[in-house]
Design a protein around this ligand. Structure first.
Ligand code: SF4
Length: 456
């Protein structure tokens, strides 16, 4: 199914779409207030973009430096070329410790690698401990947003889910009650766990340590309670020096939720005494993306979600309509690089208004890259006959002034006098969801000429 077909399903529930739209716009506004409160915000964005640019140009060196320093600290380092290798490395570690229960804090990389179903197929229990992730896990769904994984669910829906899975009392969606119940339930899971898996927000080449950001402290809770901590990171998570952390930490939380800083920014530098700390460094298509000159800066992404919160298409189509681990504008750049045919509709799921590029804390030219993908897709992927023919005709009309004027006149006439069923037909996808604007009698050219004449 294409993005627009999936979006049409989400759009059936108009009240929910409006609520989704409003909720995300609220987060976007919080981001604006937070950004405007920081002197030199643009300077910070520029600096972050330059640091990331430097990292991508010297990725091999920084990764080797990181590995050497991490090993010196006593961290066990593993390399995975793809999702399959990542999953089997994680499983091998879990098995070596006879572990049966795993607690996992939020990690989009493990989502991308489909780690949960893989471990579950090996009879390992995996519990997502981020509240939003936990909600989508028990609902047997995937996250619809990278920072707010359950943003597509109302509190009343969560209430029902908890009644079904945790045996809670009906609370009319009382967030305090529901959060407390989840906390009690997850506390037991933490206490029973053998292994903790976390993501990595920033890995520092200079020190061989890494930082995990959460608002709930669930990564720390898991990592500190169990004997084995496995951190999974994409190769692009490297930053060169510890002094660069301040730049990214100031940008990340403000861009994501409008907070000055994430509640927990936990630094892991070495295993605690008697415990093991593993790090799995994963490529899974990233070096290929790096080789695509026009798209390499998409690897600057620090997964703040701001481009999703601001995108008018994402807000009104829901994250699941993208059918990809990373939805929204940045996902629409990353996904076609992995499977062009499957994700060929995604770069078209944008108004190209540029709002995503404007909010991106690491200055990725998101809308320009989406436009670039479109150009590749129309050449490489078969296009529907109707779309191809219409665009061909449009090209001819637009390059010929007489034809253009004639088409304009005919369209104005048709829109005014043709029967409705002809105007709101299959050819007019725009008219599926909205009325066309009222038609004026003249075009701009005639109006302008008449104005000038009257002035003389
Ligand atoms: S592309 Fe930019 S705005 Fe979007 S999630 Fe990544 S860092 Fe945030």
């Amino acid at each position: 199914m294409s993005h627009s077909e999936k979006a049409a399903i989400f759009n059936k529930n108009e009240a929910k779409v409006n609520w989704h739209d409003k909720a995300l716009w609220y987060v976007r506004e919080k981001r604006d207030n937070a950004a405007h409160g920081v002197k030199g915000w643009e300077y910070l964005r520029d600096t972050a973009s330059k640091i990331k640019g430097n990292v991508l140009s010297n990725l091999d060196n920084y990764l080797i430096e990181f590995e050497a320093n991490a090993l010196k600290n006593g961290i066990k380092v593993h390399w995975a070329s793809d999702a399959k290798e990542h999953n089997s490395i994680v499983y091998k570690i879990v098995k070596e410790h006879n572990a049966k229960k795993v607690v996992k804090s939020k990690s989009m990389l493990t989502e991308e690698c489909h780690l949960n179903p893989y471990l579950e197929s090996k009879n390992i229990e995996v519990v997502d401990t981020d509240l939003g992730e936990y909600i989508v896990q028990i609902a047997k769904e995937t996250p619809s947003h990278i920072v707010l994984p359950a943003i597509h669910k109302t509190k009343e829906e969560v209430d029902e889910l908890f009644q079904e899975h945790l045996g809670t009392k009906p609370s009319n969606g009382n967030p305090e009650y529901l959060t407390n119940e989840a906390r009690k339930h997850l506390r037991n899971k933490f206490l029973q766990a053998d292994v903790a898996i976390t993501g990595v927000n920033f890995a520092i080449a200079e020190t061989g340590g890494f930082v995990v950001c959460t608002n709930e402290g669930n990564a720390d809770m898991g990592a500190h309670l169990v004997p084995v901590h496995i951190a999974c990171m994409g190769i692009e998570k490297i930053i060169p020096k510890e002094e660069h952390l301040g730049v990214f930490l100031r940008l990340l939380a403000r861009s994501a939720t409008g907070q000055p800083i994430t509640t927990y920014s936990s630094h892991f530098n070495k295993p605690a005494e008697g415990k093991e700390l593993h790090i799995v460094i994963v490529d899974n298509g990233r070096t290929e993306q790096l080789s695509r000159e026009d798209f390499r800066s998409s690897l600057h992404c620090i997964r703040c979600g701001a481009c999703m919160n601001t995108c008018p298409i994402y807000r009104r189509s829901g994250g699941h309509s993208y059918d990809a681990t990373i939805p929204g504008p940045i996902g629409s750049i990353l996904s076609p690089g992995k499977d062009l045919t499957k994700h060929s509709s995604l770069p078209f799921a944008s108004t190209l208004c540029g709002s995503c590029s404007n909010v991106c804390p690491v200055k990725i030219n998101i809308h320009e890259q989406l436009y670039k993908w479109r150009q590749i897709i129309v050449k490489e992927e078969p296009q529907p006959f109707v779309k191809k023919s219409i665009l061909k005709i449009a090209g001819k009309v637009l390059e010929n002034r007489t034809l253009y004027n004639f088409a304009g006149k005919s369209a104005r006439f048709m829109l005014k006098y043709a029967p409705k069923f002809m105007i709101y037909s299959k050819l007019n996808a725009w008219g599926n969801a909205r009325d066309l604007p009222e038609v004026k009698n003249t075009n701009f050219d005639d109006w302008y000429k008449a104005k000038r004449k009257n002035k003389k």
